[in-house]
Design a protein around this ligand. Sequence first.
Ligand code: ZN
Length: 317
Amino acid sequence: MDKKISGLHHVTAIATDPQRNLDFYAGLLGLRFVKRTVNFDDPGSYHFYFGDARGTPGTILTFFPWPGARRGSRGTGQIEATAFAIAPSSINYWLERLRKQNVPAEKTSARFGEEAIRFADPDGLLVELIASNSVPSVEHWSDSPVPLEHSLRGFHSVSAALEGYERTASLLTDSFGYRLIDQSGHRFRFASQNDAAKGRIIDLLCLPDGHAGRVAAGSVHHIAFRARDQNEQLEWREHLVGLGYNVTPVIDRTYFHSIYFREPGGVLFEIATDPPGFTLDEQMEELGNSLRLPPWMESARSQIERILPPIKLPGKE
Ligand code: ZN
């Protein structure tokens, strides 16, 4: 495969209460709620997308909020933590903001020379804010409760907890074009060769004595990498099938096209296309304001709206 992956497209996790999820990510962390839709595989439940003002690939965190879903357990075969980049001067702002909102957060010891704050969302999902010297620029959401200078700048990285890391590492280096750029203890850091890409880093945590985690509420469901377009995605599919992976057919997710496969360490990987993006069915100013359904579900809109719990956008402070 001569193509390379530039970085993460999105991360999808599982939550429980939709309003609490919305309040946390839009209200507290200041991400824009870029799309209010349903889980295409389970249209009686929401699918929320958060990101920068446009939902640029590399900034998108999505949730399946399933009220009453049981809590997962952390362990191997899953993403341990999802990290956003912040400016180094924003560490104290975030420690203070989280403290005021009664979110227990700790400043961790510097990781590869960068300071980090770690906390859990209301469902137990581990989130990190990493002070990065090379903070990528994102399209700032002007109505964000967080000022531009302290805003989240898209993904810094994800950390995958694995029983063994070699086969996952081979997939990243031999196929995706990533390189091992650092190592400390059981943490191996890989990065794409695109220095400017958001979410270009993946840390593989080698935990041979770890227990397998259970993916449920408070866990990452899957991570998606970027493909430039559908042709490139088809090339990836062919390449991965050739390596022996079971890869799904291309699935139309309206805002991008997707293929999925399980990597050797057990984490569900997706490759998603950059186009067409979230302005496909809403104007930029309107993103997230109303429930959007794919064309094939429009005929069931009134039933779907009756089932979904009502939600309210968090107000500006
Ligand atoms: Zn996805």
